[in-house]
Design a protein around this ligand. Structure first.
Ligand SMILES: [Zn+2]
Length: 262
């Protein structure tokens, strides 16, 4: 349903715009089935893009990734062959790019680099792959964090074990850490000088599996080491991701009141 006219932030064509929730309905349904939310719906964050771009994004990324990623959001066990690693990495990067391009979120530094982000997204739509020189790592929250409404203790992670910081966002690179229910991911796009040292330095981290670039082998999900509650701000700080580039996402609500409880 068309509700607004303007310039599409993805293709820059002016015309009718449609709403795009950066959390797609299949993710929403997966989360709600796994652990009903107090109000039955995680909050919506809507961006406005044209229906052509909306359909392209759905065809290239959304429809295929949904099949693979549903169990990843709910800490199911699965094997990820190379083709599925590519699908998941593609979904993650396009999700970050669309959100960065189409929304402001107080991220002023995005504006300067928006043309680059858009070119990367165009490249992704044409190839189905993350842009060259991209790093995508994914972690998984401990299921007790997701399904217990109780206030679990926060496990402090060892700061010495965090590895090297991600490069800051500038006009030529993009870095972001996001979490959504059972998943936490880090996306870094940049020059070789930014991404290669990061890839080398994080090879041994058993909390996150590297989806991109691929190393040629099958991966198993979830990673060996599951993430504690509030891992996301700790990792964001330790890896020196700009706070402006931190997606707070939709964790299990911390004040999870069961339906009907006072
Ligand atoms: Zn468009």
């Amino acid at each position: 349903m068309v509700e607004r006219h303007g310039e599409c932030p993805v293709c820059l064509v002016s015309g009718p715009l449609t709403t795009e929730d950066w959390i797609p309905q299949w993710v929403r349904n997966t989360i709600i089935e796994d652990a009903p939310w107090p109000d039955q719906q995680p909050p919506r964050t809507v961006t406005w893009i044209c229906s052509t771009c909306n359909h392209r994004l759905g065809r290239v990324f959304e429809d295929k990734a949904a099949r693979v990623m549903r169990p990843m959001f709910t800490v199911g066990e699965l094997v990820l062959p190379m083709k599925d690693q590519r699908l998941v990495a593609g979904w993650i990067v396009k999700t970050n790019l669309v959100r960065a391009i189409a929304t402001d979120h107080g991220r002023k530094q995005i504006v300067a680099g928006r043309d680059n982000l858009r070119l990367w997204l165009e490249w992704m739509l044409a190839t189905g792959n993350p842009p060259p020189n991209t790093s995508v790592r994914v972690g998984c929250f401990d299921p007790s964090v997701l399904r217990n409404g109780e206030d679990l203790p926060e496990n402090e992670m060892d700061a010495a074990d965090f590895g090297i910081p991600a490069p800051y966002y500038d006009a030529f690179s993009f870095s972001c850490i996001s979490h959504l229910y059972g998943l936490l991911w880090e996306t870094v796009i940049g020059g070789l000088a930014s991404v290669e040292p990061l890839i080398d330095a994080t090879k041994g981290d058993r909390r996150l599996i590297r989806l991109w670039p691929q190393d040629g082998s099958e991966l198993t999900w979830p990673p060996d080491v599951l993430l504690p509650r509030r891992a996301h701000p700790q990792l964001c700080a330790a890896w020196k991701h700009s706070p402006d580039m931190y997606d707070s996402g939709w964790a299990r609500p911390e004040a999870a009141v069961p339906p009907g409880a006072a």
